[in-house]
Design a protein around this ligand. Structure first.
Ligand code: TMP
Length: 203
């Protein structure tokens, strides 16, 4: 039997507020839905290795190896957490998914087709949203130690890939260059609109 839940992905640049927005969205939707809020890199073995092991310059791995690790983490995350939650009829909100690999590892020079191939076994999201904030603004917001992904040029390149998928209609853009509550309301309205298109999903 196919899955019963709905799988929503939230994407954005580092420091775009997407984690805060995903949390606010989960809170709002939890009034009427059974929610699972999760994120990638995941908290599983591979995700923990990625967070501890390769996001900073001194520990950097070849980009291909990074892409394979993100894809491997995704499979583990999908099989152990996302799929079971969807099978229970939950609405799963995932903070980053395949589009992060396309945007980050793609803008680092890897072929988008190859990234899609190594992610072919990952369950497809029902819809994905890109919270769009200017790269200059996200860098101002990042006070902590910046990972290798977090330079202006990198963020600009990453945004370009995300926008390509917005143009293709695969990602829905939400303007993130607004006060937090305004973005949260826009995101919630967008998701409610998209949920209405899912016949058979009980809200
Ligand atoms: P986070 O800041 O949302 O926790 O993500 C950690 C970093 O991992 C962020 O700089 C984006 C990067 N990343 C990739 O490069 N490729 C991926 O597939 C994922 C999931 C994250």
């Amino acid at each position: 039997m196919g899955k019963k839940g709905i799988f929503i992905v939230i994407e954005g640049l580092d420091g775009s507020g997407k984690t805060t927005q995903a949390t606010l969205l989960a809170k709002k939707l939890s009034q009427n839905h059974n929610i699972m809020l999760t994120a990638e890199p995941s908290r599983g073995k591979i995700g923990t290795f990625i967070r501890d092991g390769c996001l900073y310059e001194e520990k950097r791995l070849p980009t291909e190896a990074e892409a394979l690790l993100f894809a491997a983490d995704r499979i583990e995350h999908m099989q152990k957490e996302i799929k079971p939650a969807l099978d229970e009829g939950k609405l799963v909100i995932c903070d980053r998914y395949v589009y992060s690999s396309l945007a980050y590892q793609g803008s680092a020079g890897l072929s988008l087709d190859w990234i899609k191939t190594i992610n072919a076994r990952a369950l497809q999201a029902d819809f994905a949203i890109f919270i769009d904030v200017a790269p200059e603004r996200v860098l101002e917001r990042l006070q902590r130690k910046k990972s290798v992904m977090e330079t202006l040029k990198t963020q600009q390149k990453v945004r370009e890939v995300y926008l390509k998928y917005v143009e293709k209609g695969e990602l829905v853009r939400v303007d993130g260059d607004k006060p937090k509550d305004v973005v949260a309301d826009a995101l919630y309205a967008t998701v409610l609109g998209l949920l209405k298109t899912f016949k058979g999903f009980v809200s």
